[in-house]
Design a protein around this ligand. Structure first.
Ligand code: EPZ
Length: 422
């Protein structure tokens, strides 16, 4: 298993290129199952999760080619030859559940393993299943699999989510494009990745209105065609790297970045005293010598502060000049980075879904362990500004969501290297 070794090395300067969004790509790829024509995705990120989704789609009979070093994905499911998404692939990545809606909509039947939980929570899929039942699906849960059928095809209907769910909104949206009649999704997730999916589905011939708001209306069509779609920028990777100059000081530019992708995060970062400038062609983040100010953070569905940036923000607040309170409202167990940050000298008191961080002057390097994707990168951020050397172990978590993290950070002056363990 690889480790990453980081040595605190002062201010960062330069610019970082941000890749296409993992969480957009993971829902854009299964959309290929909705059509027998080719779907091409450009600006795709080079991540292990993308390769896992490709492997899953290929197991169903789709063709997936990774071109231009993985930045272009050519997908085509001319014929779905296998209608079962096996546990051994699904357990590696929860987003696998996103093949259920498209496969059911196109084929009238699908068998998908229940994903199981993960480090940050139980991660049930009940909202996905209720949404598909609202479109006429007959579901049977047995031996760890969802057996879904829609004899005569799905029918448009009302999908009212009791709580906002990104994945369930995506499954319902994709399924509804081929359902007979009109579907209205209420309390839909508003994440930019959903708007990106809707843009791609519309290019394929779907009739969708309201994406990005809480109410999405879909007029079902007979069939969808192919399309070429550019994956939207990854707002979580962007926010993560914006925190690098924030924790270390210096000035880093992010070409092409737009604040509206993560406005709540930008506002909160500015509240700490870090400068975020919208240059019109991107964002530039600057921070001087003074310690950052403490702030309180509450994670919410978009457009609120993203749960996927909570761990990274905590890394900054560990050295703020005062006490910050972070409330995690989306997942039940998303503070696993706290004890690892504490090994570096951070003072964090976790009580249920609330973490109280008392800022210290400076963290000290230490061996720490990555536990989940975003926790692992928060340890890297903390290490950039810490005194001495930090070794982050189990970085396979990192590679799921961040392409070439050590190259990107070395490019702005960080002392960071990957050590391959036998
Ligand atoms: C997506 O997960 C993202 N993953 C997550 O990013 C992200 O943290 C999350 O949305 C919230 O923004 C992908 O897009 C691949 P949810 P998803 O359904 O769709 C509960 C990362 O680090 N819930 O919006 O699984 C659920 O337990 C990952 O890139 C149900 O109760 O999240 C959670 O508490 C981590 N029943 C809340 O809703 C359901 O059927 C929000 O989950 C579904 C969800």
């Amino acid at each position: 298993m690889d480790s990453i070794v980081v040595t605190g090395n002062g201010p960062l300067t330069g610019q970082i290129a941000i890749a296409g969004a993992k969480n957009a790509c993971l829902t854009l790829m299964p959309a290929t199952l909705l059509t027998d024509e080719p779907l091409t995705l450009t600006n795709a990120p080079r991540l292990s999760d993308i390769r896992t989704m490709a492997e899953l789609l290929q197991s169903l009979g789709a063709e997936v080619s990774m071109l231009q070093d993985g930045q272009v994905l050519a997908l085509s499911s001319h014929e779905i030859t296998n209608h079962t998404a096996d546990y051994d692939i699904v357990r590696k990545m929860r987003a696998s559940i996103l093949v259920l809606g498209p496969m059911l909509a196109r084929e009238g039947h699908a068998v998908v393993s229940l994903p199981g939980g993960c480090a940050i929570g139980a991660r049930p899929v009940d909202l996905h299943l209720r949404a598909l039942e609202a479109l006429g699906a007959e579901l049977d849960l047995r031996d760890g699999y969802v057996h879904a059928r829609a004899p005569g095809g799905l029918k448009g209907g009302e999908v009212a989510f009791p709580v906002v769910s990104v994945g369930a909104t995506e499954n319902a949206l994709m399924a509804a494009t081929l359902a007979k009649g009109t579907t209205v999704i209420r309390n839909a997730a508003r994440e930019p990745e959903i708007a990106d999916l809707a843009r791609s589905l519309r290019a394929m011939g779907a009739r969708i209105e309201g994406e990005g708001t809480s109410e999405i209306t879909i007029e079902g069509v007979e069939r969808l065609g192919g399309a070429t779609h550019r994956v939207v920028m990854d707002r979580i990777e962007l926010g993560t790297y914006m925190l690098a100059p924030a924790v270390c000081g210096g000035e880093v530019a992010f070409p092409g970045a737009r604040p509206e992708l993560l406005q709540a995060f930008v506002d909160k970062l500015r509240e700490t005293g870090v400068e975020v400038q919208d240059t019109g062609t991107g964002l530039t983040v600057r921070r001087g010598e003074a310690r950052v100010r403490p702030v309180d953070v509450v994670t919410e569905p978009f457009p609120g502060f993203p749960t996927d940036l909570q761990a990274q923000m905590m890394a900054l607040l560990c050295t703020a000049d005062g006490v910050s309170v972070l409330e995690e409202r989306i997942f039940e167990n998303r503070f696993m980075h706290a004890p690892e940050l504490a090994r570096m000298g951070a003072q964090i008191d976790v009580q249920g879904g609330t973490a109280t961080v008392t800022g210290v002057e400076r963290l000290r390097g230490a061996p720490v362990m990555a536990t989940d994707l975003r926790a692992s990168v928060s340890l890297i951020l903390a290490a950039l500004a810490a005194e001495g050397e930090t070794t982050v172990n189990r970085v396979y978590h990192l590679d799921r969501g961040y392409e070439r993290v050590e190259e990107k950070l070395r490019g702005v002056g960080a002392r960071i290297e990957r050590v391959s363990q036998p």
